[in-house]
Ligand binder design. Structure first.
Ligand SMILES: *Cc1c(COP(=O)(O)O)cnc(C)c1O
Length: 388
């Protein structure tokens, strides 16, 4: 039986050679590949600076710490995201406040964000879900009016862009935010094994992030006066460093990013064409509009459960039995037992709840070919037709 997961890395000989070369060099960590990767990433996104770390979660944590998010602060984000977006706020002692999604885009609804702003709100963290950019102009206007800091969780959106006044802007350029956070986990648009990064145009934030990644240690003009050996710990930082081996892989992957994204977009368009046949039994994701271009990190099909005599669970299980490794992105954060302490419980957000009951992420990754997509479509069609 053919088996497909929902996401998978693509590693070629160039990647392997690049890592081997780095392995044979003098630097396994804290060497030149880290800086090179950061520069390439910043250039790609159109930001001044990038700081690479050992995961997307670490990147979120130090981004939140760099704005001094702490006890008594609130950070507004979406219930439909990976746990880490909210968890990192809890690491800082702050409270994650959830604001419902827009049902069609699956992105946080700026109107709902506005309703959740309190005197404690310090930051808003839009997540570009599946790679479809949030309305950054609206969110940054809202943030400016209310004195909030915008940090983009761009873990799905490396290579996505949005249009403002006829100009296409890359996610990660931070034109409408203080920082943007990326992940390089193997299911993401490029991989370093584990890894993450923050982009920013703010030099002092950049320096702070570099220190936080490595124990909060600073070596600069002020410390140099005291001696070459001298360093100063000014913040409580961590060891969130990424290795040169990983950054070598990242550099080689970054060269292929546009090719990866073109393929993802092609796969999404194949699904779009095929699923027309199922009519209103399913709802298709938004990938491109006049103003938004998704990097198509996920392809989330929505089952019209009103028209099916099954719930999503039976369809999910049957597809797995047929080797189609569909996935659910995501269980709303407010469903998690841990978040009870913040007075969250299931069924608090109407759109998130409805979306969650219907969503099914289909396989989408570079190596899939048209015949695979047709095969996957036919399996899904058979299963759905059994429940009509
Ligand atoms: C993957 C992901 C993260 C976490 O990244 P890791 O590299 O796995 O730590 C955070 N937010 C979102 C939206 C993600 O998809």
């Amino acid at each position: 039986m053919k088996r497909f997961s929902y996401g998978k890395q693509f590693i070629d000989q160039e990647d392997i050679d690049t890592v081997l070369e780095s392995l044979k060099s003098d630097w396994l960590t804290q060497g030149p590949k880290v800086k090179e990767f950061e520069q390439s990433l910043a250039d790609y996104c159109g930001a001044r600076f990038a700081v690479a770390v050992n995961s997307g979660t670490s990147a979120l944590h130090i981004a939140y710490q760099a704005i001094d998010l702490g006890k008594d602060d609130e950070l507004i984000t979406t219930p439909i995201t990976f746990l880490a977006t909210a968890n990192a706020a809890v690491y800082c002692g702050a409270k994650p406040v959830l604001a419902d999604i827009d049902y069609n885009s699956v992105n946080i609804d700026p109107e709902k964000v506005w309703q959740k702003i309190s005197s404690k709100t310090k930051a808003v963290v839009p997540v570009h879900f599946a790679g479809l950019p949030c309305d950054m102009q609206k969110i940054s206007d809202l943030a400016q009016k209310n004195n909030l800091i915008v940090i983009e969780d761009a873990c799905h959106a490396l290579g996505s862009s949005y249009k403002v006044e006829n100009e296409w802007i890359k996610v990660g350029s931070c034109k409408h935010s203080k920082m943007a956070v990326f992940s390089f986990h193997p299911v993401k648009n490029i991989t370093t094994g584990e890894g993450g990064a923050i982009t920013t145009n703010d030099e002092s934030l950049y320096k702070n992030l570099c220190a936080l990644r490595s124990h909060g240690m600073y070596k600069d003009e002020a410390t140099a006066k005291k001696g070459k050996w001298y360093y100063e710990m000014r913040d409580l930082g961590y060891n969130y460093r990424i290795t040169d081996l990983q950054c070598a892989l990242g550099l080689s992957q970054l060269k292929k990013l546009d090719e990866f994204i073109n393929k993802r977009r092609e796969i999404a368009s194949w699904y779009d064409e095929l699923f027309v046949e199922l009519g209103d039994l399913v709802k298709l994701p938004i990938t491109t509009t006049e103003r938004f271009q998704s990097a198509c990190h996920l392809y989330v099909l929505r089952l019209n459960t009103d028209k099916l005599i099954s719930n999503r669970k039976e369809i999910f299980n049957e597809l797995h039995e047929r080797g189609i490794g569909v996935q659910i992105h995501y269980i709303p954060i407010n469903h998690q037992p841990f978040y009870k302490k913040f007075h969250y419980e299931p069924n608090m957000f109407e759109n998130a709840e409805k979306y969650y009951s219907q969503c099914l992420s289909l396989p989408i990754y570079y190596k899939l070919e048209k015949a695979d997509i047709e095969y996957i479509f036919n399996q899904i069609k058979e299963v759905i037709n059994n429940y009509k």
